[in-house]
Write a protein that binds this ligand. Structure first.
Ligand code: G1P
Length: 297
């Protein structure tokens, strides 16, 4: 029986400069898709996968994120009084059990690998998940749950994987595939943001990981990698060098890159269309503007 994955790290220290001026005072992870902040999607996915402890690696200016998970007795009492049960229910999904949530500060922006390493003392000697809230994945079975199920078969370290167009391979961690079993691939190497034309495949790492504590030990020794940052990809690649297994999981679902404006807008439209209370109005509007757009051409 494998150790259950019950802890997840959420690296949320980034400045979100791509969304300035909004992110001048609002943490990127609090920006909303329809009516839920990005971080709520990440938390819901983690919960569905059986995560019980939530570790946020934050930085200066992320206070709103910490407040978001606090109970709000006044607001709850008000909604109860007015009989607004649906809103009360929505509010409850943001509440965290006491002690289930921890905040660690990343004092310097030294990269994703460094952010994960900052949480090492809270992980100790267990497998753990990492979720990058910028990557929002709409799926019938939430992506991390798909990975936990695959991990029960494979063990080792695991990344979510998705085919990307060749022109985009230098924006991702890219996998060098040893054996392709369809849903699961055995990985024999990983490169963070390879130069154009140098990616070992077109299978990219998407922001969901299940990692063994060995990866944290590797991070102790990691030097600066791509972009001058300490890269998580390099610490996972070290596992392969040391003869330990790393797998990629081709998840089922649609991934939105909410770290980019276009991706964020696409996610907003897709999640809007998925909602019974918004679908008709949004659909009519989209048809209308598409029509006007076509007529203008
Ligand atoms: C990070 C990882 C990269 C991964 C990507 C997925 O990069 O370093 O390996 O492919 O997330 O979104 P970032 O997008 O933060 O530069």
């Amino acid at each position: 029986m494998r150790n259950k994955v019950t802890k997840a790290i959420f690296p949320v220290a980034g400045l979100g400069t791509r969304f300035l001026p909004a992110t001048k005072s609002v943490p990127k992870e609090i920006m909303t898709l329809v009516d839920r902040p990005l971080i709520q999607y990440a938390i819901d996915e983690a919960r569905a996968a059986g995560i019980k402890e939530f570790i946020f690696v934050t930085s200066r200016g992320k206070g709103a994120l910490e407040d978001y998970f606090d109970h709000s007795p006044q607001l709850e009492a008000e909604l109860r009084k007015k009989g607004k049960d649906d809103l009360l229910e929505a509010l409850k999904s943001t509440n965290m059990e006491s002690g289930a949530i921890a905040y660690i500060r990343q004092h310097r922006a030294l990269g994703l690998g460094h952010a994960v390493w900052c949480a090492r003392r809270l992980i100790a000697n267990e497998p753990f998940a990492v979720i990058l809230p910028d990557d929002v994945i709409a799926a019938e079975t939430p992506c991390l749950q798909q990975m936990v199920e695959a991990y029960e078969e494979t063990g080792g370290s695991m990344v979510a994987a998705m085919e990307v167009p060749v022109a985009q391979t230098s924006s991702y961690g890219m996998l060098d595939v040893a054996e392709d079993h369809g849903r699961i691939v055995n990985v024999q190497g990983m490169v963070e943001k390879p130069a154009a034309g140098e990616a070992p495949s077109n299978l990219a790492v998407i922001g969901r990981y299940i990692l063994t504590p060995d990866v944290l030990r590797n991070l102790n020794k990691m030097k600066q990698g791509a972009g001058g940052e300490i890269q998580l990809t390099d610490a996972i690649a070290q596992e392969i060098e040391d003869g330990r297994p790393v797998h990629g999981v081709r998840f089922t679902g649609q991934r939105f890159d909410c770290g980019s404006k276009a991706g964020f807008l696409q996610a907003t439209v897709a999640f809007g269309l998925a909602r019974d209370d918004l679908r008709d109005a949004l659909q009519d509007f989209l048809k209308e503007i598409m029509h006007v757009d076509q007529a203008a051409q």
